[in-house]
Design a binder for this molecule. Structure first.
Ligand SMILES: O=C(O)CCC(=O)C(=O)O
Length: 276
């Protein structure tokens, strides 16, 4: 089985980019130090305790997210130390190097705690860029990191990665032995490109698998007008449903045409925020 390279915490952005060019992903051991990890874990705990189930407004999306998996978004609001994580220079340098050829700026695509519960099956293999499956860019549109918030072993749902799959033709599926399951001590992280096949692994243990995904995408992955800031929510709530959908308050579910899911409101259906 092909394994991913492991780099030390004091590695350079170039080391991360180079390993990604070759393998599609790399592990940075000790990416998040123990102090930051403790603070972040303490900040998210009440939110994890209050989690009320997987309910994104789409059955297909719920299946993909996992019904036994607690997920949190809106992390800048829920966990102040997330700001420190999203500003990490190794992460930003990696994102700029990978996405830079097709976008002069970045935008946070997703900051998400992914806490896989016992008995959760593995996700289907996917590429993060396939959320925008109609696009044909000359470089990946996204990069992602999966950081272990507590020790993660392969049998707990360690991320499955297919090394080299960023160079595969579309439609090729990994055969037996082509994927590797990440083993990540707390604080270590997988750094990978948006065109690399990966999946959350099956959790065959009685422990939860707690990880943080921090993903950046091209700054142009949005409409010309910022409908979310330009129109007050109180006004949006008074508009016809079709108008609310057209302003972006509908979950984008392109699973029927080979795409992904976009626009979650706190892992749920954004229409809930503006009147159901
Ligand atoms: O949790 C993981 O290890 C990967 C999750 C993932 O790829 C996803 O939810 O899209």
């Amino acid at each position: 089985m092909a394994e991913l390279q492991r780099l030390p915490a004091d590695c350079t952005v170039d080391d991360i980019v180079e390993a990604n060019q070759r393998d599609g992903g790399v592990i940075v051991d000790g990416w998040l130090g123990p102090g930051l990890l403790d603070r972040f874990n303490a900040e998210i705990q009440p939110w994890l305790d209050a989690w009320s189930g997987t309910d994104s407004g789409s059955e297909a999306s719920d299946e993909f997210l996992g019904r036994r998996t607690r997920r949190l978004q809106g992390l800048c609001a829920k966990a102040p130390s997330f700001v420190e994580i999203m500003l990490d220079e190794r992460l930003l340098g990696f994102a700029e190097a990978v996405v830079g050829p097709i976008s002069p700026t970045l935008i946070l695509s997703n900051g998400e705690v992914i806490d896989i519960g016992p008995g959760e099956p593995a996700q289907p293999f996917h590429r993060d860029d396939d959320a925008w499956n109609f696009a044909r860019p000359a470089a990946p549109m996204t990069v992602n990191t999966i950081a272990a918030l507590a020790d993660i072993t392969p049998d707990m749902g360690g991320t499955l990665v297919v090394p080299g799959s960023h160079r595969w033709e579309p439609g090729r599926h990994p055969g037996p032995g082509e994927a590797t399951a990440c083993s990540l001590p707390a604080g270590s992280a997988l750094f990978f490109r948006g065109d690399t096949l990966h999946a959350g692994g099956a959790n065959r243990t009685d422990r939860r698998r707690r990880a943080l995904s921090t993903a950046y995408c091209c700054g142009w992955l949005r409409p010309v007008e910022n409908n979310y800031t330009n129109i007050p929510l109180e006004l949006v709530r008074t508009l016809p449903r079709r108008a609310r959908e057209l302003l972006g308050y509908a979950l984008y579910d392109a699973s029927a045409v080979g795409g992904g899911y976009l626009g979650y409101y706190d892992m749920g259906d954004p229409m809930r925020l503006v009147g159901g």
